[in-house]
Write a protein that binds this ligand. Sequence first.
Ligand code: 8X3
Length: 254
Amino acid sequence: MTNKSTIALITGASSGIGRATARAFAAAGFNLIICGRRKERLEELQVELSQTVKIFTRTFDVRNNAEVAEAIHSLPTNWQSIDILVNCAGNAHGLSAIQDGDTADWDYMIDANVKGLLYVSKAIIPGMVNRKAGHIVNISSVAGKYTYANGAVYCASKKAVEAISEGMRLDLTQHGIRVTNIAPGAVETEFSVVRFKGDAERAAKVYEGFEPLKAEDIADAILYAVKAPKHVTIADVTIYAAAQAAPSTIYRNL
Ligand code: 8X3
């Protein structure tokens, strides 16, 4: 994929891995459609990155299929040929044993992490199929590789992302579309603050005693995957912090 007129759409671009990916892609010269729920944050990022490349923003909640379809289908003609889709929107809500789980948290995770990813993809894939080109990067998690205690529904949502990535690759390879699944381990972003509903102290403990991944570490891998030569598909990447061996196995200096 050449840098010149590459258009990438990133969901969840207002923070964390999505925002770091937007910055990495802008540095690589890609024009960007940055999407998220938080308009002001997207606008701040737009101001920052529009020094380098063309930036278009779209504010929507991936859980709302009508909003997603409207936001994507109403893109100006010169923004419609999306070359790269990065499905980054999604989060964890709560960390509880299954018997104590909050059904509103379950709905949020399934609706955003699974159904939201599908809604956005559904709005973009037909254009890629018509153009016989494209690259989809789905942000999964090591939680999609191994289930951990108190994380059944989050892990289930990420296992679904893994299955969707495989299924997309099976269905779309023949149409010239590459699919990359990236599974990060412990990345210090707003992830744990959101999971613990704003409890920053509890969130900070998740990353205590070791050097966690940064959002930029994941953005580097995403950029590597999309810049790979056309005959190469980076299918699946799992990324841990050096001190982490599995989701719940972290060697800490405490
Ligand atoms: C984020 C990684 O291990 O907290 O998806 O679930 S983990």
